[in-house]
Write a protein that binds this ligand. Structure first.
Ligand SMILES: Cc1cc2nc3c(=O)[nH]c(=O)nc-3n(C[C@H](O)[C@H](O)[C@H](O)COP(=O)(O)OP(=O)(O)OC[C@H]3O[C@@H](n4cnc5c(N)ncnc54)[C@H](O)[C@@H]3O)c2cc1C
Length: 444
């Protein structure tokens, strides 16, 4: 049999785990695995809030692809089109012309992007919270705003600098809000000019509850904890506009904020619009429980998908239910998907994916958390401890696990770093100022 070429689109939770397993379980004569991702690393997204808060080094919450996937061929680029009818994907490398890569099997796993709404000012002033770049930026930005507030004599500038708005109360939004507030509160020890009461942390959530992943009472507990910490929690409220940083809410309130973080859900990668793969009304790739792509009743031979971009039936839920977009499902689906590709290549039947969502764990800052796992509800320190042990066990590779534990241990003995490295975002500024422009006269 000819060597099968397996093309993995996206090296996130699904892509990395699937590629790793495929390359371990299939011999090099059976298959070659090509992984395409514009980033040189997989991002362990559940650690983004801790990376933003400075509890973990951002480098340790990502997994380098070339180190982990040694038996795979890594292509640094973006898949811009998939013509499955021709079994060909178009890849745009970081630099240079696009090229086509033919394949026998494709694993479509580009994940999701922030699901934004056409809100005036959001594009200009908002930032998402899905990438390591956004986490690093947000950390530097929040600390930088403390410096701005401490240095200004203008009360309006100060109020705006110290107002932080998070839109969306799922686990990403709640964890990001709680961790960032915790970090800023810690940092204030070094700012005698500022008091904790000067800061305003606002959560804007369109529904009547937060953390829909856990039971109502746990969501209510989370709100209670955040309110006790002085946060401004607006349920049943929408962001209507934020032109020039003037935040207008649906409850009629309006105020200025220098920081607007959008964490109100995700939608499948828009790259899927440039494919001939079948999709459902939410633009997800339609899949069978075997993670094979399906068009109506027909299996699309050689096409596989999983994770945030895929509609995978949840066999543990009521009829018509789909697996939620979560790392918990993504990594398990990845293993099933890899084993199923191997089975099909070896002429065996694929097996259905079945996993009952175990629950959720969320950190609410150092030593604070909320968790509901297999029906067991935990609050405060035990929940936070469970959050850490669970995610430490889940982040790929021993190398990352050790680094993360060392970060946590150091943070236990030393105070956390609260310095803004805002220059990272414009590193050439000083050099440009020092280097005169070449005008026509000086060139002559
Ligand atoms: C802040 C935050 C906290 C979270 N916390 C939890 C949690 O506690 N528990 C939990 O279960 N889930 C959590 N999640 C959700 C979880 O991270 C996602 O469900 C999971 O990452 C989905 O995996 P995926 O492989 O589908 O997508 P991703 O992991 O997002 O991977 C997609 C990959 O595809 C790449 N890509 C995108 N487009 C292209 C393209 N055109 N060509 C090539 N590559 C492409 C991207 O660069 C990326 O590497 C959290 C998410 C966030 C943002």
């Amino acid at each position: 049999m000819k060597t099968q070429r397996i093309l993995v689109v996206g090296a996130g939770h699904v892509g990395l785990y699937a590629a790793l397993r495929l390359s371990k379980k299939l011999g090099s004569r059976e298959a070659e695995v090509i992984v395409v991702d514009p980033q040189p690393h997989m991002t362990y997204q559940p650690f983004l809030p801790e990376a933003a808060a400075g509890n973990i080094s951002p480098r340790h919450s990502v997994v380098p692809l070339r180190r982990e996937l040694r038996k795979c061929h890594i292509v640094a680029g973006t898949v811009t089109r998939v013509e499955h009818a021709r079994k060909t994907a178009t890849v745009q490398p970081i630099i240079g012309p696009a090229r086509e890569i033919p394949y026998d099997h494709i694993v479509v796993a580009p994940g999701a992007v922030s699901r934004t709404l056409p809100i005036p000012g959001l594009r200009e002033h908002g930032i998402g919270f899905k990438t390591i770049g956004e986490a690093i930026y947000l950390r530097n930005h929040v600390l930088d705003r403390l410096d701005v507030a401490a240095a200004t004599a203008d009360p309006e500038t100060r109020r705006s600098a110290l107002t932080f708005v998070f839109v969306g109360g799922g686990y990403a939004g709640i964890e990001a809000l709680a961790e960032m507030e915790d970090m800023a509160r810690d940092a204030l020890k070094y700012y005698p000019e500022l008091k904790a009461e000067d800061m305003r942390w606002v959560l804007v959530e369109a529904t009547q509850r937060v953390l829909p992943e856990v039971d109502r009472d746990m969501g209510a507990y989370t709100v209670e904890v955040l309110l006790k910490r002085g946060m401004d929690i607006r349920l049943d409220t929408r962001l209507e506009s934020c032109v020039d940083g003037l935040v207008k809410l649906s409850d009629g309130d309006a105020f200025r904020a220098d920081t607007i973080v959008w964490t109100a859900g995700v939608k499948p990668s828009p790259m899927l619009d440039n494919t001939d793969l079948p999709r459902d009304e939410r633009r997800r790739v339609t899949c069978l429980p075997t993670l094979q792509v399906v068009d109506g009743d027909t299996v699309v031979e050689g096409a596989w998908s999983a994770g945030d971009c895929a509609a995978v039936p949840d066999l543990t839920g009521p009829p018509g239910a789909f697996c939620s977009p979560s790392a918990q499902h993504a990594v398990r689906q990845a293993s099933r998907l890899a084993d199923n590709i191997r089975a099909v290549i070896r002429g065996r039947e694929p097996v259905e994916y079945k996993h009952k969502h175990a629950g959720s764990v969320a950190s609410l800052g150092l030593h604070k958390g909320v968790a509901q796992v297999y029906g067991i509800k935990l609050k405060g320190l035990p929940a936070w401890f469970m959050h850490r042990t669970y995610h430490m066990s889940r982040i790929p590779s021993l190398n990352r696990k050790v680094r993360v534990v060392v970060d946590w241990t150091l943070a236990f003995f030393l105070r956390r770093e609260v310095v803004a490295l805002g220059q990272l975002h414009d590193p050439r500024e000083e050099f440009l100022e020092a280097t005169p422009r070449l005008d026509a006269d000086s060139r002559a």
